[in-house]
Unconditional design. Structure first.
Length: 532
């Protein structure tokens, strides 16, 4: 076997062998496994998380000057070695790692494991509808299950809702009820229920959460969840695209691609924005993590799938701000399980006759591409053989270089660079963009130089930068960069660069309340500003 180190998880079989290759300490080197097993307790194997970010799996760290001073003081007074500082540690100038307690690894996040240890009779939950002020009116695309609930509850001859819809109705309440509501647990599935919709969170730890408008997203407690980065990226992307499309009066369906789509938050928020404008859309999300793909597909079933009740089919509808029903644009939205880095080579292949999902994605040129790359560097170790080459490599460890590795397997690739950083996103976007297509990508402000270099190397021009601060007076946290191909037209660039607000977005003011810029974004995304 050959050992090697990589900046990212190698493409090919190594990329899809796990949702987060090398994340678990169980796949570290034999030396680290022995070290970790020395303090490994019975029953702990299921909760072993990533390699410790402090000691990098070595179980010990360098002995500090204050530790040696403390040791000498305690030994002179008690003639006993200081706790945690044995003779071997002193000889090697090492001390037991204080972060992992000398295990070499960290436990899986407790919120996640606790959510899985609930009673077998209890599944997940549907979160309560957001708080909202009196007079607030929901607008935008309405999911078919919500449409069905409204229609059925307005029918006075209907005695009760179907099983799944009853839970949704409890969580959503009625349009005239503006008081906070409680989350609804999915409990005691009746044995006579013939069909359970895929979107119902029947598994422990799952939550069907609010997204934008009346759309929802499936997420797991203590795992990867959508954040401020996602909503700002989605808003910037949709706003930039719609400015271009509306002004050039292009009524053809919008082709949209989300790279590294995760649970599908940005993919679905952008789709909601486009459907709210009554535009037709064909969209793809590409994601390597199989669990995230499953959650995203189930969320799409809720937001865009059909809902059939008593021989009647609900397809969803779109409501304008003034309450008028405006119909629903044509849509085709799907999530593909794959490594988006493979799209670069696939889109250059002349033979597109093979009907694989990834080839289908690569055959389209997109009006809009989005991405929310992970922010932090990781070093990967692999084992491979000469006979199989790089495709036969197996990732043996993933050790973070910046900050701490998340103790949730699904959160780790969302925050840390497993399958490429912003440079890979730029390269894929350039290969797949239409001539006047728009690429919106989010990145940690500390990586600003990397974004500019990555764009230049890929052949993209940065048209606009939206800097985002978490609080007024604080430093910039991240930015959303709007890019276009070097050959894009001047008219499209000018339209893309138009702004409704300042280029700086502040999330909260000095008093901790939503700042005006962010409150405006939330309003456009049909999120009540009182929902904080």
């Amino acid at each position: 076997m050959l050992s090697s180190t990589h900046r990212y998880v190698p493409q090919g079989s190594a990329s899809l062998e796990s949702d987060a290759p090398g994340w678990s300490a169980d796949t570290t080197t034999a030396q680290n496994q022995v070290c970790a097993s020395a303090t490994h307790q019975q029953g702990e194997a299921e909760t072993r998380g990533p390699v410790c970010w402090k000691c990098k799996g070595a179980c010990a760290v360098k002995l500090r000057a204050q530790d040696r001073k403390k040791q000498k003081t305690e030994e002179s007074s008690s003639q006993e070695p200081a706790v945690g500082l044995n003779v071997q540690d002193e000889e090697e100038n090492k001390r037991s790692c204080p972060v992992c307690s000398g295990k070499g690894y960290l436990p899986v996040r407790s919120r996640y494991t606790n959510s899985l240890n609930e009673s077998e009779n209890i599944g997940g939950s549907i979160t309560a509808r957001r708080r909202r002020p009196k007079g607030w009116r929901d607008f935008g695309h309405i999911p078919p299950p919500v449409e069905a609930c409204t229609s059925l509850t307005n029918d006075i001859t209907k005695k009760e809702l179907p099983y799944a819809l009853s839970f949704l109705h409890q969580a959503n309440g009625s349009d005239s009820d503006y008081f906070p509501r409680k989350d609804v647990a999915i409990t005691n599935i009746p044995s006579d229920v013939d069909s359970i919709p895929t979107w119902l969170p029947i598994n422990s730890g799952e939550q069907l959460c609010n997204l934008v408008g009346k759309w929802r997203i499936l997420q797991k407690i203590g795992s990867h969840r959508w954040t401020t980065d996602d909503i700002v990226t989605a808003w910037v992307a949709a706003t930039s695209l719609i400015q271009v499309k509306n002004n050039i009066q292009d009524e053809t369906p919008i082709n949209y691609l989300d790279l590294g789509t995760g649970n599908g938050s940005v993919l679905q928020m952008v789709t909601w924005c486009i459907l709210t404008q009554c535009c037709d859309i064909r969209a793809f999300g590409v994601e390597a993590r199989s669990e995230a793909v499953g959650l995203a597909r189930r969320s799409l079933d809720f937001n865009l799938g059909k809902c059939e009740v008593d021989d009647k089919t609900y397809h969803g509808s779109t409501i304008s701000r003034d309450g008028a029903h405006t119909g629903t644009g044509w849509h085709s939205v799907s999530v593909v399980n794959g490594d988006f880095r493979d799209l670069v080579s696939l889109c250059s292949e002349k033979d597109q006759s093979e009907s694989s999902e990834m080839k289908q994605v690569a055959s389209v040129r997109y009006d809009l591409i989005t991405g929310t790359p992970p922010y932090f560097r990781v070093d990967f170790s692999t084992n491979g053989s000469k006979a199989t080459g790089s495709n036969g490599e197996v990732v043996t460890s993933a050790v973070i270089n910046q900050g701490g590795m998340p103790t949730s397997m699904q959160s780790a690739p969302a925050r840390c660079e497993f399958r490429g950083g912003v440079e890979a996103y730029c390269e894929a976007a350039e290969a797949l963009l239409a001539p006047d297509g728009v690429f919106a990508v989010c990145e940690n402000w500390l990586n600003n130089d990397r974004v500019y270099k990555g764009a230049k190397d890929a052949g993209l021009d940065i048209i606009k930068v939206w800097r985002v601060k978490g609080k007024s007076g604080k430093d910039t946290l991240f930015a959303v960069y709007v890019m276009m191909k070097k050959g894009s037209t001047a008219k499209a660039r000018t339209l893309c660069n138009k702004s409704k607000t300042d280029d700086e977005i502040v999330v909260r003011d000095k008093n901790g309340k939503w700042a005006d810029q962010y409150a405006s974004i939330m309003d456009e995304m049909c999120i009540p500003p009182t929902s904080a």
